[in-house]
Design a protein around this ligand. Structure first.
Ligand SMILES: N[C@@H](CCC(=O)N[C@@H](CS)C(=O)NCC(=O)O)C(=O)O
Length: 204
């Protein structure tokens, strides 16, 4: 079987999977598919029928959804990023699903207003409401990180990469995390990994 192929550009949600590939040290082909145009091309729909990035092709196997791709990559090529045992695995799913259900929709509301809406049309109420709603999950995360460096304990795992990868847009929307010091410390640790920097350089 040849190398897996990852589609997407780092300035998008594909960053999360590019980061996973870089963290694992995976040998992979990268196709710099943009979400504007490339992803909607008919030829790409056979890779991901959603016409979205990222997508992964590994031999005959095709996979979409950044978090599913990351869990597959870790399981197949980066077992050192997985904590052992059914409970640690369940916690990995917990934080991964939590990130895309409890954080991402609120973050996206702010992204849409601050990055994709003209200043004169922005709705400050939506931004303020989403910022307020983020306080609840961030308090949970802050408490979860009170006595440990990473989500599952002392070691960085794919759970950390997945969740901090989802939260990567906080910087772009200028959402401050100082009120949650454990979250801030943990995000800094995740983003200081060399793989994070190298992923940022892949196919922008
Ligand atoms: N839940 C998906 C979201 C993927 C997604 O929405 N990607 C955007 C780029 S950030 C995209 O490809 N948009 C193109 C489109 O919707 O036409 C994932 O995490 O993989």
């Amino acid at each position: 079987m040849g190398k897996p192929t990852l589609y997407g550009i780092s300035a998008s949600r594909a960053f999360r999977s590019i980061w996973a590939a870089e963290e694992i040290g995976l040998e992979y082909n990268h196709v710099a598919t943009s979400f504007r145009g490339d992803a909607q091309a008919e030829s790409y729909r056979s890779v991901n029928p959603n016409a979205r990035i990222p997508a992964l092709v590994d031999g005959d196997f095709k996979l979409f959804e950044s978090m599913a791709i990351n869990l597959y990559l870790a399981q197949t090529y980066g077992p050192h990023l997985l904590a052992e045992g059914a409970q640690a695995q369940a916690l990995t799913w917990q934080w991964t699903v939590w990130g895309i259900s409890e954080i991402e929709p609120l973050q996206m509301q702010i992204v849409v207003q601050k990055l994709f809406t003209k200043p004169e049309s922005r709705n400050a109420g939506i931004v303020a409401g989403a910022e307020r709603a983020l306080e609840r999950p961030l308090a949970v995360l802050n408490a979860g990180l009170a006595d440990q460096a990473y989500l599952l304990g002392d070691e960085f795992t794919i759970a950390d990469l997945n969740l901090s990868g989802v939260m990567d847009l906080f910087k772009n929307i200028e959402f401050e995390t100082a009120a949650w010091p454990n979250v801030e410390r943990w995000l800094k640790a995740c983003y200081s990994r060399p793989s994070y920097q190298s992923a940022k350089r892949v196919g922008t």
